[in-house]
Design a protein around this ligand. Structure first.
Ligand SMILES: *[C@@H]1O[C@H](CO)[C@@H](O)[C@H](O)[C@H]1NC(C)=O
Ligand SMILES: *[C@@H]1O[C@H](CO)[C@@H](O)[C@H](O)[C@H]1NC(C)=O
Length: 510
């Protein structure tokens, strides 16, 4: 008992001040941000949370900087479900997204609350954790507070993030996670093109981004008596990257030591109890429950009305009970369908009668189903959802349904096949085993690495050696240039000599 008290005391004394920058106004992003808070506060640290979605009653030792004022810059219209369904809106273009996010971050960093926070000399931190989403502009916080930088990423591994802490991943095998498909044998060539295109785009951003970086941080850094380094010096200087990725959902890539895989850290480990009526419905569903939800960013209530009717008619012919998360009440609902405005998703998935999850394929939902080993039918809409689902299909515990292109009858066929064939459930259970195979839970690992970075003043030992070299050195372009120059000189000289000899030879011949 004494030891426990002593340990608790020590951990409070050891509490560090952590700055958490999670600027994206999306529910799944705030779930990830709040999970950091939970783990760090439980470990005795103080957290300052910069967020557009403040927690209503934050725990002790948490202070919030509310940046909701500028959240409207990332328009909701961007995620219009109907336009996405029929591909009138293409969010798969990274360049478009990058520009939107750059402008959004520029606006955020210039917001009133942010400006005041950055220019308050009383603010001091031991480390800053910055959420990366197609922009590195948040990295300047590490310069303002003169503390180590930790990147937090919300998707599976891809070159855009890995290049910040090590070598780019080779596009011959490392797919672009925004592609709708990567199964074609020609994909390797297409992907090289995408990769080069992204590189080129990035290069065109250098000027506006440097400008934003200067405008946002210069005065705050100079106020603290230091000079502002270049944007490149800062954004490629992170100590580690905490990635919301997991081998059970992603693929095995060669990764730098500074990349720490903590996918699943948002799971609470304790299930909320189900509402009483739902518990009863699910307990009594002897043929099983199918859970249908399109996530938090897109709402299934935004589906076209005709499509919803079609789905309801199709569901009415099933023996199973369907639990549909739909944000508004629905009329004329068949007996075996139960509509919920809000659903405790993890608890529904964990119910022993749940046999199938129909989902948009967001990574958090994927982890929630891997946690309990339930197979899925994915209805991808945007972002990495296509890739997440394609990978689950390859792993054998999923089917993909394109709602804008395939008829609802196809969905019904998939449902029947996945329920009748036990292989899908078995694969889901196997991948669930992989999902739970860790030495310590991901939340504990998160805390460990954050503390490690602070204790070792930036964990320079994790820094990839490849970061020491320039692009041309890594790929021996200097050597190649030298060899090419040498060869062309030899050829040039040889031609000169031959040309001089020729007239002499000719004369001899005469
Ligand atoms: C960033 O935002 C500020 C303030 O709104 C604006 O004056 C500036 O032009 C923006 N910079 C860029 C490069 O968009
Ligand atoms: C890079 O990170 C190290 C370790 O956190 C820090 O000491 C150094 O000041 C940083 N440099 C820049 C330019 O951010």
């Amino acid at each position: 008992m004494l030891i426990v008290t002593l340990l608790a005391f020590l951990s409070i004394c050891d509490g560090y001040r952590v700055l958490l920058f999670f600027p994206i106004p999306g529910k799944s992003h705030s779930i990830l941000g709040e999970a950091y808070i939970r783990h760090l506060v439980n470990a005795g640290h103080e957290v300052t949370y910069i967020t557009p979605i403040p927690i209503k009653t934050p725990p002790a030792r948490v202070r919030q900087v509310d940046i909701s004022e500028t959240a409207g810059l990332l328009s909701e219209e961007l995620f219009n479900i109907e336009k996405l369904m029929y591909k009138e809106l293409d969010l798969q273009q990274i360049s478009l997204f990058e520009v939107v996010l750059r402008n959004f971050l520029n606006g955020t960093l210039h917001g009133k609350a942010m400006h005041k926070f950055l220019h308050d000399p009383k603010e001091e931190y031991d480390v800053v954790i910055v959420e990366w989403l197609y922009s590195e502009l948040g990295s300047g916080l590490s310069t303002v507070f003169n503390c180590p930088l930790i990147w937090s990423t919300s998707t599976e591994v891809h070159s855009g993030i890995i290049s910040l802490i090590g070598d780019d991943l080779n596009p011959s095998y490392a797919i672009n996670i925004w592609d709708r498909d990567f199964s074609s044998p020609l994909y390797r060539f297409k992907n090289l093109w995408t990769y080069l295109e992204n590189k080129y785009n990035k290069w065109t951003y250098v000027e506006p981004e440097n400008l934003i970086f200067e405008q946002a941080y210069r005065t705050a850094v100079e106020l603290r008596g230091r000079r502002l380094p270049s944007f490149d010096e800062v954004r490629f200087n992170a100590s580690i990257m905490l990635g919301n990725s997991h081998i059970a959902a992603g693929e095995s890539y060669p990764l730098p030591q500074a990349y720490k895989m903590i996918g699943g850290y948002h799971l609470k480990g304790v299930m909320e109890p189900l509402p009483k009526d739902l518990q009863k419905i699910m307990d009594e569903a002897k043929d099983g429950v199918i859970y249908f939800s399109l996530g938090t960013m897109l709402r299934s209530s935004a589906l076209p009305e005709a499509k919803k009717r079609e789905l309801l008619t199709a569901f009415s012919k099933l023996k199973q009970t369907v639990v549909w998360k739909h944000e508004t009440p629905m009329s004329n609902v068949p007996k075996n369908v139960h509509v919920l405005q809000w659903a405790p998703q993890q608890s529904i998935l964990a119910h022993p009668n749940t046999i199938l999850f129909i989902t948009h394929g967001g990574l958090l939902s994927l982890y929630e189903l891997l946690d309990v080993g339930v197979p899925l039918i994915g209805i991808p809409m945007f972002g990495d959802q296509f890739t997440n689902i394609n990978r689950a299909v390859l792993k054998g515990f999923a089917k993909r349904f394109d709602i804008g292109e395939q008829p609802v009858s196809q969905l019904v066929e998939y449902i029947k096949e996945m329920i009748e064939n036990p292989l899908y459930r078995q694969r889901a259970k196997e991948m669930s085993l992989v999902f739970h195979s860790h030495v310590v839970p991901p939340g504990q690992e998160l805390v460990h690495w954050v503390e490690h970075v602070i204790k070792t003043r930036g964990a320079p030992h994790f820094r990839s050696v490849s970061m020491r070299l320039h692009f041309y050195q890594k790929y021996y372009l200097d050597l190649l240039t030298f060899i090419l120059l040498l060869l062309s000189t030899i050829v040039y000289v040889a031609i000169k000599i031959l040309k001089r000899k020729t007239p002499v030879d000719l004369k001899k011949h005469e």
